[in-house]
Design a protein around this ligand. Structure first.
Ligand code: AMP
Length: 530
C-alpha cells in the first residue's frame, strides 16, 4: 500500500524559492574582488538566479549539460549555484588551484559548454582557452566597467548577459535524482575523477548541516564560508544556509587572517567553515596582532575538515576565542560531510582538556551515512577505538560511481565505498582517521600515523606548521621525515623537538629538516590544491 502524502521533489531550486520568501533582510554579504562589500537578500539571489536560467535558455543550453565556474566565494557564484542547477543544467565548480593541465583535462572531461569566471582568473582562462574543446563562450563575472582587456574572442559580461533576460521564469519541476553539480577529486592518484551530485543528495546533505547534531545552523546564524565554493561546493554550506535562512558571509579571495577577522567582526559571524591551514594562519594573525577575539567576535562554532585538525587549533579556539570546534570528516565522494564530532550526554561532564582531546576524532555518522572498518581481507574489525582498518562508507550522499564510469565500479558487493582512509572506531561510534591507506608510514612492522606525528609537532609552542612524509629506508622500509615551520621569533633545536615528540609518541627517531615559512606555505598550498 502506498502512503497518501504529497510528493515534492528534493531539488536545489526549492531551497532558494523558500529563502526568497523570507523577510528581506541583508542575507548575503560578499567581499568583491575589488575589496568593497556587497549586500543582497535571498530574494535578490533568487531573482538573479532566474535571470541566469533565462540566459542559459537564450544561449541554447540543454538540461543536463555542464556549465563550468572558476570563481571565489561571492554572490554571483551563489546565483550560479541556483541558476544553473535550478534550470536543470549541471554546475561544474572547477578548482582554480589545480595545475592548468589538470584544469583543461577536467573541463574537457566534463564537456563544459560555457565557463563563468572571476576576472582575476583571466590570465588562466587565456592560457587554457586554446585547449578547451567544448566551451562555446566565456563569461566574466563582473559588470561592463570591470571587464578587463583580453585576447579571448566574444567574451561575455555577466551583468549584461543576465540583464538581457529579466522576464518571468518558473523553476522547472526536475527529477530529484537528476544531476545538480559536478566536482572532481584532487587526482593525487591518476586523473581527477568526477563526482556527480544529485538534487536529492544535495538537499539531504544540506539538511544534515542544519541538524542540531550536524552543524546546527539556524536562521539566527551568520555563517562565514572560508571553505571555497570550488572545494566540494563549500561543503554544502551555500545550500544549508539558504535552506535555514542563515546569513551567508562570502569572503571572496581574501582568506588571510586580517580579512577574515574583519569580516567576522563587522558582520558578527556566529559560525564559520574552513580547513585547518586557514585557521592556523588566522590564529597566528590574531596572536601576532594581540587581538581580543573573545570580546570582539561573536564566533560560537567553527566547522573544520579536509584534514585532521591539530589539537593546538582546537585549544586556541576554545581558550582564546571561546569558540567550539566541530571536527568533521569527508571527501569529494561523500558530498563531503560524512562524520562530525558532536558530543554525547556523558561528555557534558568532560573537562576542557578532555573536550579538546575528543575533537581529535573525526566523529560519528549522522542518520543517512553508515560506516565500517575492515582488515586487508575485507573482514569487519571491532569498534574498540584501538584496532585500525580501511574505512568504508555508504549512504544517501555517497557516490555510487564516478562520472562517465571512470575507474569502473567503486562499490563492493554490499554497496560500500572504500574511502582509502585508515581509521579506528570506538564503542560510542566515534571514528578517528589514523592515515590515508597510501600515506601511512610503514616503519618496520609498525604503522606510524603521519597525523599523530604532525599533531604532536604542532603541539610545541615554537612550531607553526608541520608535515610528515614517509621516506624509503633500507632497514625499516620507511621512516618518517618531519618538515616544520617555526613560529616567528621562536627558536627550537632538533634535540628539543625530538625530546618533545618522544614524550608524545611511542618512539622518536625522526630525521628532521626545517624549511623556510615561504617554501612551506607553498607546499601547504600545493597540498591544499584539492
Ligand atoms: P578531498 O576529496 O579532496 O576533499 O579529500 C578527502 C580526503 O581528505 C579524505 O579521504 C581524508 O584523507 C582527508 N580528510 C578530510 N577530512 C579529514 C579530517 N577531518 N581528518 C583527516 N583527514 C581528512
Amino acid at each position: 500500500m502506498i502512503g497518501l502524502m504529497q510528493k515534492h521533489p528534493l531539488i536545489v531550486s526549492s531551497l532558494i524559492e523558500h529563502a526568497g520568501k523570507a523577510p528581506p533582510t541583508a542575507a548575503v554579504v560578499s567581499r568583491t574582488l575589488e575589496g568593497s562589500i556587497h549586500r543582497c537578500t535571498y530574494s535578490d539571489i533568487e531573482r538573479r538566479a532566474k535571470q541566469v536560467a533565462l540566459a542559459l535558455t537564450a544561449l541554447g543550453v540543454q538540461q543536463g549539460e555542464r556549465i563550468g565556474t572558476l570563481a571565489w566565494n561571492g554572490y554571483r557564484h551563489l546565483e550560479l549555484f541556483y541558476g544553473v542547477s535550478g534550470f536543470g543544467a549541471v554546475l561544474h565548480t572547477a578548482n582554480p588551484r589545480l595545475f592548468p593541465e589538470q584544469l583543461a583535462y577536467i573541463i574537457n572531461h566534463a564537456e563544459d559548454q560555457y565557463l563563468f569566471f572571476d576576472s582575476c582568473f583571466l590570465p588562466l582562462i587565456e592560457k587554457l582557452a586554446p585547449h578547451l574543446k567544448t566551451v562555446k563562450r566565456f563569461i566574466v563575472m563582473t559588470d561592463r566597467l570591470h571587464v578587463p582587456a583580453t585576447t579571448i574572442t566574444d567574451l561575455l559580461c555577466y551583468e549584461e548577459l543576465i540583464a538581457q533576460n529579466s522576464g518571468g521564469y518558473s523553476w522547472p519541476h526536475l527529477d530529484e535524482d537528476a544531476a545538480s553539480s559536478l566536482c572532481y577529486t584532487s587526482g593525487t592518484t591518476g586523473n581527477p575523477k568526477g563526482v556527480l551530485y544529485s538534487h536529492r543528495s544535495t538537499v539531504l546533505h544540506a539538511m544534515l548541516l542544519c541538524m542540531a547534531d550536524g552543524f546546527a545552523l539556524t536562521a539566527a546564524d551568520s555563517v562565514l564560508l572560508a571553505s571555497p565554493m570550488f572545494h566540494v561546493n563549500a561543503w554544502g554550506a551555500p545550500y544549508a544556509a539558504v535552506m535555514i535562512g542563515a546569513r551567508t558571509l562570502l569572503p571572496g579571495p581574501a582568506l588571510d587572517g586580517a580579512s577574515l577577522y574583519r569580516m567576522m567582526r563587522d558582520e558578527e559571524a556566529t559560525a564559520a567553515t574552513g580547513v585547518p591551514t586557514v585557521w592556523l594562519m588566522f590564529q597566528q594573525f590574531v596572536h601576532e596582532q594581540a587581538l581580543r577575539p573573545r570580546q570582539e567576535l561573536k564566533l560560537r562554532r567553527v566547522l573544520v575538515g579536509g584534514a585532521a585538525v591539530p589539537p593546538a587549533v582546537v585549544e586556541t579556539f576554545e581558550r582564546v576565542f571561546g569558540t567550539r570546534v566541530l571536527h568533521a570528516w569527508g571527501m569529494t565522494e561523500t558530498s563531503p560531510v560524512a562524520t562530525m564530532c558532536n558530543p554525547l550526554k556523558k561528555h557534558a561532564l568532560f573537562s576542557e582538556v578532555e573536550r579538546i582531546d575528543l575533537q581529535r576524532k573525526q566523529g560519528r555518522v549522522p542518520y543517512g551515512v553508515s560506516l565500517r572498518i575492515v582488515d586487508e581481507g575485507g573482514a569487519a574489525l571491532p569498534h574498540d577505538g584501538v584496532t585500525s582498518g580501511r574505512l568504508f562508507v555508504r549512504g544517501h550522499w555517497i557516490a555510487s560511481e564516478y562520472f562517465r564510469g571512470e575507474g569502473g565500479g567503486i562499490l563492493d558487493k554490499d554497496g560500500w565505498f572504500d574511502t582509502g582512509d585508515i581509521a579506528t572506531v570506538d564503542s560510542d561510534g566515534y571514528m578517528q582517521i589514523t592515515d590515508r591507506a597510501k600515506d601511512v608510514i610503514k616503519s618496520g612492522g609498525e604503522w606510524i600515523s603521519s597525523i599523530d606525528l604532525e599533531n604532536a609537532a604542532v603541539g610545541h609552542v615554537a612550531i607553526a606548521e608541520a608535515a610528515a612524509i614517509g621516506l624509503p629506508h633500507p632497514k625499516w622500509q620507511e621512516r618518517p621525515l618531519l618538515v616544520v615551520v617555526k613560529r616567528p621569533g621562536l627558536e627550537l633545536t632538533k634535540d628539543e623537538l625530538r625530546a618533545h615528540l618522544s614524550k608524545r609518541l611511542p618512539s622518536g627517531g625522526c630525521r628532521m629538516t626545517s624549511s623556510s615559512s615561504q617554501s612551506f606555505r607553498t607546499q601547504q598550498l600545493e597540498s591544499y590544491r584539492k
